[in-house]
Design a protein around this ligand. Structure first.
Ligand SMILES: *[C@@H]1O[C@H](CO)[C@@H](O)[C@H](O)[C@H]1NC(C)=O
Ligand SMILES: *[C@@H]1O[C@H](CO)[C@@H](O)[C@H](O)[C@H]1NC(C)=O
Ligand SMILES: *[C@@H]1O[C@H](CO)[C@@H](O)[C@H](O)[C@H]1NC(C)=O
Ligand SMILES: *[C@@H]1O[C@H](CO)[C@@H](O)[C@H](O)[C@H]1NC(C)=O
Ligand SMILES: *[C@@H]1O[C@H](CO)[C@@H](O)[C@H](O)[C@H]1NC(C)=O
Length: 333
């Protein structure tokens, strides 16, 4: 059973009302070398040009390369001794979000278990990103059963006045945002909602905010990420896919191409399943210093793999981005 492109297009288009003009997507960069698992990637280039890729599982796995084409090497973990956060899942770190601030690398990460709101966002800091150099600072923010939100999938961004913000969220009421102190370690506000999908099960997560020219762009992953079974796939379009909205402020409101607020199920499609690429998401952007190009980074489940549609084979997707229309359009890299 393989969903047709038309089926996906109708499914996503009807629910969001904002299917992008192009329903074909470019293929990701072919990657050389042996398979390595990536889910919810974060990709950072160090001053010496080396690429550091971080993944869910493997205690927040660290994978490095000197060329985006690979080969990539699994070199270790951010938290080989587990997180100090005393919550279930402290030995299985999710969605590390790494960025460079004030001379150091900050990794926000999530501790949770599948389908639970008993979740925490933690912080680890390193000067080089190499394995063995990360110092765990523990809990930054948490949620418990009955809260409106779920404290996973963190992303740090800096607003138009230079103030740090932490966006997060997954299902429940979807995507929220907090303000942080300048040292990036302490929360100073209650969560404010950024995006919401009114269709049950409110399937939005994996938010991140990226500034380009005069806009802040909020990207989200919407749909089901994992646990696919080849004979029992979700209805076409209900698997992971990437939507975007934009705002003049990092605080929102984020509107899609049709002017619909992302808090009202808005969102313009950036990437969906196509060809061998199923359920793409967990997206981030980084600017490659070698080429001075923005690179769109995500994971996908290969249809054609030793075990089709199996998220144990979740793989790295890399594309270019064309911004000239004011909206991100993916290109080949
Ligand atoms: C909202 O959820 C529905 C059902 O899963 C999905 O079809 C639609 O694409 C989603 N839209 C957004 C913007 O998340
Ligand atoms: C980390 O978690 C694993 C699995 O629960 C456990 O076996 C191991 O002892 C833990 N390590 C430390 C240092 O607590
Ligand atoms: C978080 O957002 C920043 C830009 O504000 C970006 O550099 C970083 O890659 C993002 N990380 C993740 C994991 O979303
Ligand atoms: C999570 O937050 C609640 C308050 O919302 C607090 O009572 C609880 O101790 C926190 N859990 C952890 C592990 O810090
Ligand atoms: C997915 O692949 C893994 C690793 O090969 C295997 O253990 C698991 O049983 C597979 N799951 C399904 C649903 O086929």
């Amino acid at each position: 059973m393989r969903p047709s492109l038309i089926g996906i297009a109708l499914g996503a288009g009807l629910a969001s009302g904002t299917w992008a003009a192009a329903t074909t997507f470019p293929n990701p960069l072919p990657i050389k070398g042996p398979f390595f698992f990536v889910h919810d990637p974060s990709l950072v280039q160090r001053g010496d040009g080396k690429y550091f890729l971080f993944t869910t599982h493997d205690k927040a796995g660290i994978i490095t390369a000197t060329d985006l084409h690979g080969p990539w090497s699994e070199v270790g973990s951010i938290l080989p001794q587990n997180s100090s956060i005393q919550l279930p899942g402290r030995d299985d770190i999710w969605a590390p979000d790494v960025s460079f601030h004030q001379g150091k690398y900050y990794a926000y990460y999530a501790v949770s278990t599948f389908g639970s709101q008993n979740s925490g966002i933690g912080l680890a800091i390193s000067e080089t990103m190499d394995p063995g150099t990360w110092v765990d600072h523990g809990l930054v923010f948490n949620s418990t059963t009955g809260d409106e939100f779920n404290a996973i999938d963190p992303n740090l961004s800096i607003d138009e006045e230079g103030n740090p913000l932490l966006s997060f969220g997954s299902f429940w009421d979807d995507i929220f945002q907090l303000t942080l102190t300048k040292d990036l370690k302490t929360v100073t506000s209650s969560p404010v909602q950024l995006s919401f999908n009114s269709t049950s099960p409110n399937p939005e997560e994996g938010a991140f905010i990226w500034k380009h020219d005069s806009f802040f762009y909020l990207f989200i992953s919407s749909g089901l990420c994992c646990g696919f079974v080849v004979d029992d796939l979700p209805p076409p379009g209900n698997e992971y896919k990437v939507f975007v909205g934009r705002s003049k402020s990092a605080h929102g409101p984020f509107l899609d191409k049709n002017g619909l607020d992302m808090r009202e199920t808005g969102g313009t499609l950036v990437l969906g399943s196509h060809g061998n690429i199923y359920a793409p998401g967990g997206q981030v952007i980084f600017t490659d210093k070698k080429t001075n190009r923005d690179v769109f980074v995500y994971h996908y489940v290969p249809v054609d793999s030793p075990s089709p549609y199996n998220d144990s084979f979740s793989s790295l997707g890399l594309n270019g981005i064309e911004w000239s229309s004011g909206w991100p359009i993916l290109t080949e890299l």
